[in-house]
Design a protein around this ligand. Structure first.
Ligand SMILES: C[S@@+](CC[C@H](N)C(=O)[O-])C[C@H]1O[C@@H](n2cnc3c(N)ncnc32)[C@H](O)[C@@H]1O
Length: 277
């Protein structure tokens, strides 16, 4: 019998509090006020950091007072950056309790708690009553969530008419059929990897008009390869701060990402789309 997957099997998520230690090391003592422009250099758990979040802000034209939902907010990095840059109201929804707790602390320290609301819940279970969003954004989170058809429909229904989405996500790669899918799912906590055409078809099926869909695979292979090389060079400093086990966990995760992109087990996409009607 196969053991149920746990999100903590994915080594990127081992220790949510590590960012607090990193901030202290950078000179921001525990509890001290923070500037989101500084924190955003280390709180983004996706590729190309805030450059990608700024792309979303520009592409969706997110404005002051807009109502935004981020699905799978991690440490709350993208949500804080959107709120800080635009004064939009952002709901940062996150499954993991420890990440949500740290995210909330960071948002308060950045003085953004009137703009960013953190909610710890599985997106599939979350109720929003009659709340509708102008924009829904998500970075590298949707592939974690089972029942793709169901959550795609839910995203559509949570948007106001004409509402827009920005998604970066992992998908099946061209050699997915040859991959060890069980291992892949465990390493990435992947619960809904699909091929690119099925991904886009699923969005169109619920009523989205695709504004743009960019295959990010080769870009993300380069990014993850550089990230691994840079990380390996920080060994001494990283180990002093977080310990050898944390170093090995992160090295393992970063290496696996390079391996999975290199052998085409996985691929990546950036999508901008609009709710028709
Ligand atoms: C790779 S991280 C990205 C975090 C953030 N979007 C960023 O880019 O910094 C993906 C996040 O999605 C969260 N997540 C996974 N499944 C989820 C679910 N069903 N509902 C809400 N969040 C989920 C994970 O816990 C994780 O923090």
């Amino acid at each position: 019998m196969t053991k149920d997957l746990s999100i903590k099997d994915m080594k990127l998520y081992a220790k949510a509090a590590s960012i607090i230690a990193d901030l202290s090391d950078l000179g921001f003592a525990q509890g001290s006020p923070l500037d989101f422009n500084e924190v955003c250099k280390i709180d983004q758990l996706h590729y190309h950091g805030v450059a990608s979040v700024q792309l979303a802000i520009d592409a969706l034209a997110i404005e002051k007072n807009a109502n935004v939902l981020e699905i799978g907010a991690g440490w709350g990095g993208p949500s804080r950056f959107i709120a800080g840059k635009t004064n939009a109201q952002v709901t940062a929804l996150e499954l993991q309790q420890d990440f949500n707790k740290v995210a909330k602390i960071l948002t308060a320290r950045c003085g953004l708690d009137t703009l960013v609301t953190h909610r710890q819940i599985d997106f599939l279970q979350a109720e929003f009553k009659n709340l509708k969003f102008d924009h829904i954004v998500s970075w590298l989170a949707l592939f974690h969530i089972p029942k793709r058809e169901l959550f795609t429909k839910k995203i559509y229904e949570l948007l106001s008419p004409g509402g827009t989405i920005f998604i970066e996500d992992l998908m099946q790669g061209s050699a997915y059929k040859r991959a060890d899918v069980q291992l892949l799912n465990k390493e990435l906590f992947a619960n809904s990897l699909v091929a690119e055409n099925n991904y886009l078809q699923g969005l169109r099926a619920v009523g989205f008009e695709i504004t743009s869909a960019e295959n990010m695979t080769s870009d993300w292979l380069t990014f993850t390869s550089q990230r691994l090389n840079l990380f390996l060079r920080t060994r001494e400093k990283f180990t002093k701060l977080h310990g050898e086990e944390a170093f090995q966990d992160k090295k393992h995760f970063y290496s696996k990402m390079v391996e999975f992109f290199s052998d085409s087990s996985i691929s990546g996409i950036r999508i901008i789309a609009k709710k028709l009607g």
